[in-house]
Design a binder for this molecule. Sequence first.
Ligand code: CA
Length: 238
Amino acid sequence: MAAVPVVLLVEDELSIAEPFSGALMREGFAPVLAGTAADAIRRFEESAPDVVILDVGLPDGDGRDVCRELRRRSTVPIIMLTARGTETDRIVGLELGADDYVVKPFSSGEVIARIRAILRRVTPIAAADGAGVDRQVFGDLVIAPGSRRVRLRGEDLPLSRKEFDLLACLARDAGRVVRREELMSEVWDENWFGSTKTLDVHIGWLRRKLGDDPAAPRYIHTVRGVGFRFAEPEGDGG
Ligand code: CA
C-alpha cells in the first residue's frame, strides 16, 4: 500500500462528495472522485485505489453493478453508500463482495474510521513485514513464520502460541505426513511424557479457527495412527 492511501470516491451528489473528499485529504488520504458508474471503472483502472467508497444510486447505473465489476477485477476493499437502509439492501451489497456499507446520511468521521479499520485488516503481510519474506500461501490462508502472523481471508487470525507453533510445524512440511511424535517433541517438549491427547485438543482448536471440517478437511488431514498432513501450498508461495 502506498504511503498515502488512495480512496476512490464514487458519488454523484456534489453536496456529499466535496466535503467528504476535503475530510479525506485532511485525514491523510488521497481522494479520487468519480461521478458516474462509467467514470468509476475508468478511475479505478487509472488510480489503483487502496479502498473504494461506492454510492448505490448513480446517474448512469446501479452502484451494485459497479461493485460486481470491481470485484471481478480486484480484491480492493469496497464500502457501499446507500440511502436505503433496508436489510435486503445490506445483504445484497455484502453478497456482491462489498466489505462494508454506510447508510446515508453519514458523517465523514464515521466513514473514515471504517476506512482505517478496513485498511488495517487488509494490509498484506508482505507490506507489514517489509519484504514479503518467508510467507507461505495456502489459498486464503497466509502464514508468516517470521512475524508469527496468520491471515485467513485477509483478516488476522489470532492463535495461541502453541496453536501457531503447531500450524507452522505442519505447514513447513506441507504435503508430507508429520508424525505425532515429531509434533509433540517440536511443539511441546522433547521430554514430553504426558498424554498425546493434548495434541488432539490443539489440533481441534486450530481446525475450528481455520474453519476446517475434520470430515472434509481443506488444510489439516488426519493420517490415522500416524500423524497429520497439511495441504500443499499454492504456486505463489514466494
Ligand atoms: Ca447518488
